[in-house]
Design a protein around this ligand. Structure first.
Ligand code: TPP
Ligand code: SF4
Ligand code: MG
Length: 318
């Protein structure tokens, strides 16, 4: 058997009656993976696209956190930003448009030993995937979700997205969009996300800090990362970029991240808004809840083989 393909965690196996412990991962003799080890295809994004920096920082994080190939799981939907898993040489899925979160939820629930990271765009997250965003947040599934928000549909060449500002001219709004944009931070807090942060691709150290905090969080961790589409919405985030005459204002240290209403109000700060952690409050994860149900059930069927458990279920249904 290929050892790389087998789960190594010390955690109990879930979803099975097999209670034999999984051998612990011997990490001490393994070197951290470098960018060279984990970079796959040459990214096909346009030169200057904000998504490049997010990818570079993900590689950095993998090295810094000493994550190994069999632990990295990168999931995405469809869009320019969602090409992410192609460029990471590890387990990953380029899934259906808007459906990255349900897929990632399945991975997270069935393999608690993996670090599940989901990347996608504003359209993927808040248009077609809006429904999944809400339910993954309220269920508090343990994963990290980075939305690379460029306020436009990039891959399909410039349509209005749910985060495009009023007046934005695109192929779908030739006279300028009249629709009020979604505020992703407010959306995430209202849906029940337990970690909500905001950053921008122009500030790599800040992106790294937010991603580390999100990965350490036990629950659904959401990051809105402004990521400029230089092709269709250039200059969209200049107001938050000091190199372009803008201001990158971080969340004040005295902000109470456990205060949902304070976080909500902070998210209403005038454009370009604040950057940092808006909200973080632990709540039971769906992962822990389900693991407990499984453990309780397994305690009742100790000693039985899987086919005997199945037979018991069939007998009960008679
Ligand atoms: C079911 C389905 N509907 C529509 C599309 C077409 N489509 C592909 S990507 C996309 C929008 C991508 O926008 P966003 O998520 O913001 O990603 P970006 O390209 O801006 O990074 C759309 C509408 C699709 N691939 N599948
Ligand atoms: S179209 Fe925009 S989002 Fe897509 S790769 Fe080019 S710059 Fe990036
Ligand atoms: Mg987009």
């Amino acid at each position: 058997m290929n050892p790389i393909a087998f789960p190594f965690a010390t955690l109990p196996r879930t979803g099975t009656a097999d209670t034999t412990p999984i051998p612990p991962l011997q990490d001490s003799d393994r070197k951290p993976l470098t960018k060279k080890d984990v970079s796959a295809d040459h990214p096909t994004w346009c030169p200057g696209c904000g998504d490049f920096s997010v990818l570079a920082l993900y590689f950095k994080l993998i090295e810094r956190r000493r994550m190994h190939h069999e632990k990295i799981t990168t999931v995405a939907g469809i869009g320019c930003s969602s090409r992410f898993p192609y460029f990471v040489q590890a387990h990953g899925v380029h899934f259906i448009h808007g459906r990255a979160l349900p897929f990632a939820s399945g991975v997270s629930l069935s393999r608690p030993d993996l670090q599940v990271c989901v990347f996608g765009g504003d359209g993927d997250a808040f248009s077609i995937g809006g429904n999944h965003f809400t339910h993954t947040a309220r269920k508090n599934i343990k994963l990290t979700y980075v939305v690379m928000d460029n306020q436009v549909y990039g891959l399909t060449k410039n349509q209005t997205s749910p985060t495009s500002p009023v007046g934005y001219k695109s192929k779908t709004d030739a006279w300028g969009s009249g629709d009020r944009p979604i505020n992703p931070v407010k959306q995430a807090i209202a849906a029940g996300a337990t970690f909500v942060a905001r950053t921008s691709h122009t500030n790599p150290n800040h992106v790294l800090e937010m991603m580390e905090k999100a990965m350490d969080h036990d629950g659904f961790a959401f990051i809105q990362c402004l990521s400029e589409c230089v092709e269709f919405f250039p200059g969209a985030f200049d107001a938050s970029n000091p190199r372009k005459g803008g201001k990158f204002e971080t969340v004040a240290p005295e902000h109470d991240v456990t205060d949902e209403y304070a976080a909500y109000r902070l998210a209403d700060t005038e454009w370009p808004g604040k950057f940092g952690v808006f909200y973080q409050k632990p709540r039971t994860t769906k992962n822990d809840y389900e693991a407990k149900i499984i453990a309780d059930h397994q305690a009742k069927v100790v000693g039985l083989k899987p086919h005997q458990i199945l037979q018991k279920n069939f007998d009960r249904m008679k």
